[in-house]
Design a protein around this ligand. Structure first.
Ligand code: GLV
Ligand code: MN
Ligand code: MN
Length: 432
């Protein structure tokens, strides 16, 4: 059936066809794959749990007749055809991988909300000019393979394919080998080339912060994403006997690390509490109570919405580490350097109008987390929709969200994606 009604009428039908219960049940189903004893999720990219989640997604897609395809980095696409298949599709989605101690919503929500959009358009019988594709990007989190946003960056051409395939996880497993086992487990999924023209990209995600909940605002229209720089620091000392080695003779990598982290904390102190600085992973070796630590490797996650501050302070990280290393040697590697971005005004206008049409309170927000939308913003008009999460908590097993809030975000997504998919012309990336 073609939409015969005025847009506002069939928009309401599409919104109503978004099924809150189905969306919620699908989150619970996905949370089984990589479930942790504490109620959280550990679903590392290209792991057996990721394979199970992919198979589930493919089952949901094929049971509705959508074509599935995967590209050379394992990004997985579900396509609802448009009237004009030669027009670049509208993409919506997010990621299925999680943090090691992650929750049930970060990433998965964007994928499942996208599936709900396809389902709702089918229920109402809306045909669109452009195809709509739901995408699950590979390795967004960066917790197994560094950097994060890997699949979407390779897709957008900002991370070379060979470099990603040659990346190893902490056990030494190659991305390429982990990917091969995923592809072997999903043999009936069509292969497609890496990267193709995209009309526009819109990603739904939980906010992962407290603003929407505390202001009782159901929809965040994401104005942009703050910048992020990641570093790994290797502090090389010498392991020695803890009982016999005089302090003056030691090259204690852990003590040097404490001095370095204290110095970095001063460098990156911010009275306004806008800057973010985290040392999230510390690997001490040999990690034995009676041995002086000979080696420490730690990560730095540094974020700021202002490009100049990100540049100025980030450029001082390496020298600060060197200056406070004492007798240890230092090796600093920058593994991610993502400038702050502003999303496309066409998209933020459409998202705002969709929220207004549905009578949902909305506000503009800048994302503190990075997302695959950053990668896509390099190649097409891009935007994001945030929904609240409980107490603003994310990257934690206690991550939670309200079923009605998730459905509201999916309804805004449905209206916005449908409108984008009816447009035969869409501009290349513009900035707000
Ligand atoms: C994404 O997960 C981030 O760390 O911002
Ligand atoms: Mn995410
Ligand atoms: Mn995350």
């Amino acid at each position: 059936m073609e939409p015969q009604l005025a847009a506002t009428d069939y928009h309401m039908q599409v919104a109503t066809a978004v099924d809150e219960r189905r969306l919620w049940q699908r989150h619970l189903k996905m949370a089984v794959f990589g479930a942790r004893d504490d109620g959280g999720v550990n679903r590392q990219a290209l792991s057996p749990a990721d394979v199970s989640a992919r198979i589930q997604l493919i089952e949901w897609a094929t049971s509705r007749g959508y074509a599935c395809a995967t590209d050379p980095v394992g990004n997985l696409f579900v396509r609802r055809e448009g009237r004009n298949p030669s027009l670049p599709a509208i993409l919506t989605g997010s990621h299925l991988d999680s943090q090691p101690a992650g929750g049930k919503f970060d990433g998965v929500y964007g994928v499942l909300a996208g599936m709900e959009v396809l389902h709702a358009l089918d229920t109402v019988g809306v045909a669109t000019e452009r195809a709509i594709e739901v995408v699950a990007w590979t390795n967004e989190e960066g917790s197994r393979f560094v950097p994060g946003m890997a699949g979407s960056s390779a897709f957008a051409g900002t991370l070379p394919l060979e470099k990603l395939l040659a990346t190893r996880d902490r056990e030494g497993i190659l991305f390429e080998d982990a990917l091969a086992s995923v592809l072997a487990a999903t043999p009936n999924v069509k292969r497609r080339a890496l990267g193709f023209p995209v009309g526009a990209y819109l990603e739904a995600h939980i906010e992962q912060g407290p603003v929407l909940e505390s202001t009782r605002c159901g929809i965040g229209v994401v104005a942009g994403i703050q910048g992020t720089r990641w570093f790994t620091v290797h502090v090389k000392g010498a392991s020695a006997h803890a009982g016999t080695t005089p302090l003056a003779m030691r090259r204690d990598a852990f003590k040097a690390t404490t001095s370095i982290v204290t110095a970095l904390s001063s460098l990156l102190a911010d009275g306004d509490d806008v800057l973010r600085f985290t040392v999230g992973r510390v690997v001490v070796e040999p990690n034995s109570p009676n041995t002086v630590p000979g080696s420490v490797q730690f990560t730095i996650d540094f974020r700021h919405p202002d490009f100049e501050i990100l540049k100025k302070l980030g450029d001082r990280v390496e020298s600060t580490c060197m200056e406070h290393a004492g007798k240890c040697d230092i090796l600093v590697n920058e593994t991610l350097n993502m400038s702050p971005i502003q999303f496309d005004k066409t998209i933020t206008d459409i998202v705002s109008a969709a929220a207004d049409e549905l009578g949902l309170a909305r506000m503009f927000l800048t994302s503190g987390a990075f997302h695959d939308a950053k990668s896509l913003s390099e190649m097409c008009p891009t935007g994001m929709i945030f929904v609240p999460c409980a107490n603003g908590i994310s990257h934690s097993p206690s991550e939670n969200a309200d079923p009605a809030g998730l459905a509201a975000g999916a309804r805004v997504l449905a209206l916005a994606v449908e409108q984008l998919a009816q447009r035969t012309t869409l501009s290349s990336p513009g900035r707000r």
